[in-house]
Design a protein around this ligand. Structure first.
Ligand SMILES: Cc1cc2nc3c(=O)[nH]c(=O)nc-3n(C[C@H](O)[C@H](O)[C@H](O)COP(=O)(O)O)c2cc1C
Length: 203
């Protein structure tokens, strides 16, 4: 089948997210200018460069209170955020942190998570997550929106500090069988990275 992206696809549900999958989940913690700690998951997330390490995520959609999402507002106001990686064990806390709560309520508390101070940024990190990437804002780019109700913000951040739980390091490498990162598929589906294989690149 082929469909133009701006025309009806005729399927039961929009297949776009299921097609571009799996997507890692960036669990982004920020600090509001009033000191409220904020945490939310973003699956339009990935790493884009190594030197320096850089990540991006799409903070899209309407805020229920009519403004951009708290995460984008906090990153814009403070210029900092932390990406906490989500593992299989943290799936329920990650999901709980996606619920909309008022701007002055912290999702850390709602999801039963422990905020830890970061080394290089003021935004807190999630203690329960084995990987925390401390980031400084590079740029927020507002992308075209095809809906009057949706604002699409691409947030790009340079990773300036990386925390790794020693438990996921084996022989100097990340042991994926212990790490078990969670990733997002389409619809309401997820997957866990548990199986890997290696392949050499051609010269
Ligand atoms: C697994 C998962 C992935 C999500 N990915 C995104 C995303 O990529 N972009 C987005 O804008 N919202 C995404 N959301 C929804 C946000 O987490 C949700 O709107 C959240 O309340 C935003 O919080 P904030 O207003 O504190 O920033 C996702 C939710 C879940 C559960």
């Amino acid at each position: 089948m082929f469909y133009r992206a701006d025309q009806p696809h005729g399927l039961k549900h929009n297949p776009f997210k299921a097609l571009v999958s799996p997507r890692p989940i960036g669990w982004v913690s920020t600090l509001g200018s009033d000191g409220t700690m904020n945490l939310a998951p973003f699956s339009y997330f990935n790493a884009i460069t190594d030197f320096p390490p850089t990540v991006l995520f799409g903070c899209n959609g309407p805020h229920p209170e009519g403004d951009i999402k708290d995460t984008a507002a906090n990153v814009r106001d403070t210029g900092e955020f932390v990406v906490n990686m989500v593992t299989a064990e943290l799936k329920d806390q990650m999901n709980a942190s996606s619920a909309h709560v008022g701007r002055t309520v912290s999702e850390f508390e709602k999801a039963g998570l422990t905020p830890l101070p970061s080394e290089l940024v003021a935004a807190p990190r999630v203690k329960e997550s084995p990987v925390n990437l401390e980031c400084r804002l590079v740029q927020i780019i507002q992308l075209r929106s095809s809906s009057p109700k949706i604002v699409n913000n691409m947030v790009i951040g340079e990773v300036v500090g990386i925390h790794i739980d020693e438990r996921i390091i084996k022989d100097g490498m990340i042991d994926m069988s212990v790490y078990r990162p969670l990733a997002r598929l389409g619809y309401m589906d997820y997957t866990i990275v548990e199986e890997t294989f290696s392949m050499d690149r051609p010269d």
